[in-house]
Write a protein that binds this ligand. Structure first.
Ligand code: DSN
Length: 411
């Protein structure tokens, strides 16, 4: 970063400080990952300088000979990786990708179903503060109060009664497998479009360690920067019969010029994910999450659904008090462990003061950590949860975290 250092010392110093933070902290936010240097180079390339409204070989600007090849390659790689008939690689991120899907299939006021945010859905799955809940008519579904699991019979009953035009499956805080086939069957039964949002689990899906909604699901939406370990961005996969509708909704419906530098980085990430090495990585992400959840439960920490099938874990803190999520997340940050406060299903508190913690293993696994480290980290997290106001404990954990981080690869 020599040029940046010479031209803007202020921003350079913030980025350098962030580099140190990412190196010395256990980053366990399950929606984050550390991309390869190759992905970063593509993202920071001269493709950033180009306008390319339109699609490969059908652009509104001249000079897109190279850009066309880049985007065409990204599309082909995405289709191969996920076994999809059609791919649109232009969505700027997950929310704009979902917005394009709404635009493609629904009119304002139309009914759709999505997983309640508090039960593990996403803002764009119908939250009343989001465009999805403001413009369209959301009929939310939740998880079972006792088990924390999706109840497919109940979801079917709601669908039969409400006859939505669209049903969204997918998660941001649901630690278990989703029966995408069942969602598709329900959607077909009621004449709805099924949209699977696999943003969190895309890397695991690509590796075959989590159920894939492809090829049978109508529309599959994902971000590219979570378990998939690509640049921040979005991707829509669909059946050929919906290709035109999706492409028109993304551009000119939702977006202007695509970020071709990010699209190049997505292509690099798709290639990286299409490898035995990445499959081993994804397998280890899940093994690590399972070991970590066992370690936490052995310490008496309660987990929503008593474990995990994917990369994420949701801790229920209500045994220690209501609405403690933020306070304990801050104590853990002080101790060098970065995760996020999260609502738990049927949270007795509010989203501003939730009663849970959400954490995951994608970054720790990218750095090379395995089961042995998960056991240690589980014990540290449990210790901090139990004594989060003890400054000596926080300092002791912080020192041990730094020592551990020093042993694992970073850029
Ligand atoms: N913000 C993402 C997450 O953390 O799950 C979802 O958009």
């Amino acid at each position: 970063m020599e040029s940046l250092k010479n031209s803007d010392l202020e921003i350079y110093s913030y980025i350098s400080a962030e580099l140190e933070r990412q190196k010395n902290v256990l980053n366990m936010i399950p929606s984050e990952n550390y991309v390869s240097s190759a992905v970063m180079e593509a993202c920071g390339s001269v493709l950033m300088n180009k306008y390319a409204e339109g699609y490969p070989f059908k652009r509104y600007y001249q000079g897109n000979k190279n850009v066309d090849e880049v985007e065409k390659t990204a599309i082909e790689r995405a289709k191969k990786l996920f076994g999809a008939e059609h791919a649109n690689v232009q969505p700027l991120s997950g929310s704009p990708a979902n917005a394009a899907v709404f635009l493609a299939f629904l009119n304002p006021g139309d009914k759709f179903m999505g997983l309640d945010l508090a039960c593990g859905g996403h803002l764009t799955h119908g939250s009343p503060v989001n465009f999805s809940g403001k413009i369209y008519h959301n009929i939310p579904y939740g998880v079972d109060k006792e088990t924390g699991l999706l109840n497919m019979d109940e979801i079917r009953e709601i669908a039969l009664k409400e006859k939505p035009k669209m049903i969204i499956s997918g998660l941001t805080a649901y630690p278990r497998k989703i029966d995408f086939r069942k969602f598709q069957d329900i959607a077909e039964e009621v004449g709805a479009i099924h949209v699977a949002d696999i943003s969190h689990v895309a890397g695991l899906v690509a590796s075959g360690v989590y159920p894939s909604p492809l090829p049978f699901t109508d529309i599959v939406v994902t971000t590219t920067h979570k378990t998939l370990r690509g640049p921040r961005g979005g991707l829509i996969l669909c059946k050929e019969k919906y290709a035109k509708q999706i492409d028109k909704a993304v551009f000119p419906g939702m977006q202007g010029g695509p970020h071709e530098n990010t699209i190049a980085a997505k292509a690099v990430a798709f290639k990286e994910a299409d490898s035995e090495d990445f499959k081993r990585y994804s397998l280890q992400v899940v093994k690590n999450a399972k070991t970590l959840s066992e370690a936490l439960m052995n310490e008496g920490i309660k987990l929503v659904s008593d474990g995990t099938d994917n990369h994420l874990i949701l801790i229920d803190l209500t045994f220690y008090g209501v609405g403690l999520g933020k306070e304990i997340a801050e104590a853990l940050e002080e101790a060098g462990i970065c995760l996020n406060a999260n609502t738990i299903p049927y949270d007795p508190s509010t989203p501003f003061k939730p009663s849970g913690l959400r954490l995951g293993t994608p970054i720790l696994t990218t750095r090379g950590m395995k089961e042995e480290e998960m056991k240690l980290i589980g014990k540290w997290i449990a210790d901090v949860i139990k004594e989060h106001k003890n400054p000596e404990l926080l300092k002791e954990v912080r020192d041990r975290v730094k020592e551990l981080c020093g042993k694992f690869r970073f850029y």
